[in-house]
Design a protein around this ligand. Structure first.
Ligand SMILES: Cc1ncc(COP(=O)(O)O)c(C=O)c1O
Length: 491
């Protein structure tokens, strides 16, 4: 019996493993388990430990035991069958229109098990950057005060956190708002979902950057509304292309366009707000990584230009503290406060309270802002290493975009055409690095906006410096080998 631990197993572990195996039908036709003596020898433990596990299985009706014979899977378990033999449903599954629309969206899979030298996947943070001691103390302090009254809380989130964020947004982002405009959500993804539910109907139109953050496009398309993709350049969304466009909302990442990295100029910001005002549309401003600006101070948000009655602002701690905490926040226009709170209440009542209180205490004490300064410095070092190493390896055979801000860059490789993207990604994975495509972030119907040179989005915030160094060496190796094959074919 294989046990996944190097220590000798205890009775509980043996019981759980055998129970799982019995249910999965591992013991075959005759249903015979090993004798307690044989199993004890195999595992190098005392026979009593095995007997305790068998007695538990017997008591729960999983096995039968006869004096002097090997234990056997109980017939009731065999008759109930293993999962694969469950009756098959007749006909196709029936989903709602929403279910049908979202069913082709790929499900995020945990990729921690990947044994790569370096994965340049965007969106992850380095575990060593998390301020574990500070967070633990903050959580302990919260738990020492709890349990207070065990009652449902305000759907808009902890008042203490909202007050703390109100000050933070003013200090760090020059964003001023009323307390009731702030709402805590489970990551900005839930904020996007609320916007989609409340602001879009089937067949409505929404403006989205091309290329864009795919999780936003999926959530808006899920409503049955239709995307109006608008190209971006180094200055963000090309707002002159909004002329004549009628839409209910426009989703933008003005501080650092995802993925190409442009920062939206003030004149385009004004044009966008003006377009929204004339169309009765909302601007959804996703300010997901604005804390990371390396050359100058962070650029102020678009919220605050004009009267902001048509801007929904989204912030998150996924890029500063951890994406696992699932804490984000919205600043909604005053006349939408009530309905956003109602929708949040109907979805999940409110976000978990203890983590909100812990975050509030970090912001109140200044620990959050000094942590942000620290991770900005660490990510600045990673970014610089990546840029230096790429220059060293590729010289002028590479173009780099979006490096002034955020936690990722886009690289365009002069050596390879974009049709070889998959070949390069596969070759890279074979030799130990994870590369990620920009192509998949474009609207499939509008291919001409794309470069014909192979482009990659390279996140660096989860990597140690030596992983970045080795990762770039391997990238150069992968590019050389794919280019070699290409040259051979064209010779
Ligand atoms: C454009 C953009 N918005 C938001 C997020 C963060 O989402 P969340 O707050 O749901 O973790 C990301 C994360 O990668 C992102 O790239």
């Amino acid at each position: 019996m294989a046990m996944n631990s190097s220590k000798p197993p205890g009775a509980r572990q043996i019981y759980e493993t055998l129970r799982e195996q019995v249910i999965a039908g591992v013991f075959g036709e005759d249903g015979l388990l090993p004798s307690s003596r044989a199993l004890a020898v195999e595992l190098g433990i005392s026979r009593t430990t095995v007997t305790v596990a068998y007695e538990q299985l017997l008591a729960e009706g999983f096995i039968t035991v006869r004096q002097g014979a090997r234990p056997r899977v109980a017939s009731a378990v065999v008759d109930r069958g293993v999962p694969d033999s469950r009756p098959k449903r007749s006909g196709p599954i029936r989903l709602s229109a929403y279910g049908e629309r979202i069913r082709s969206v790929p499900v995020w899979r945990d990729q921690v098990a990947n044994q790569l030298v370096a994965d340049f996947r965007y969106g992850d943070l380095a575990p060593s950057d998390f301020p574990a001691g500070i967070w633990k103390r903050a959580m302990n302090a919260v738990m020492a005060r709890r349990p207070g009254p065990l009652v449902y809380n305000d759907p808009r989130g902890s008042r203490r956190l909202r007050v703390a964020l109100q000050g933070y947004l003013w200090r760090a982002r020059t964003l001023r708002c009323e307390l009731n405009q702030i709402m805590i959500v489970n990551g900005s993804q839930q904020g996007l979902d609320l916007c989609a539910r409340l602001l879009l109907d089937p067949a409505d139109r929404f403006v989205i950057e091309n290329p864009c953050y795919a999780m936003a496009r999926h959530v808006f398309s899920g409503t049955g509304a239709l995307a109006v993709p608008i190209a971006v350049d180094g200055e963000g969304l090309k707002t002159d292309m909004l002329r004549g466009v009628e839409a209910r909302l426009a989703y933008v990442t003005p501080s650092h366009q995802f993925p190409l990295g442009g920062v939206m100029t003030i004149s385009r910001r004004r044009q966008l707000i003006e377009w929204a005002r004339q169309n009765g549309a909302y601007v959804i401003e996703d300010d997901y990584d604005s804390e990371y600006r390396y050359d100058i101070n962070p650029v102020p948000p678009l919220h605050g230009l004009g009267n902001s009655d048509n801007v929904v602002y989204l912030g998150t701690i996924s890029k500063t503290l951890s994406p696992t905490l699932r804490i984000g926040y919205l600043v909604v226009p005053p006349d939408l406060q009530e309905v956003f709170a109602t929708a949040k209440q109907l979805i999940d009542r409110h976000s978990p309270v203890a983590e909100q209180e812990a975050l509030a205490s970090l912001i109140e004490s200044g620990a959050y802002e000094s942590h942000v300064r620290r991770v900005r410095r660490l990510n600045g070092e990673r970014r610089q290493t990546l840029l230096n190493r790429l220059r060293l390896a590729f010289g002028d055979r590479i173009a780099i975009e979006g490096a002034d801000a955020g936690l990722h860059i886009v690289v365009r490789l002069a050596d390879l055409p974009s049709v070889l993207e998959l070949a390069l990604i596969e070759e890279a994975r074979r030799i130990g690095i994870g590369l990620h495509s920009v192509t998949s972030l474009y609207d499939p119907a509008i291919a001409e906006a794309q470069s014909d040179r192979l482009s990659l989005v390279m996140g660096y915030s989860a990597l140690e410096i030596r992983q970045i160094e080795r990762g770039v060496e391997l990238l150069a190796q992968a590019v050389a080998s794919v280019k070699g094959r290409l040259d051979e074919r064209t010779r």
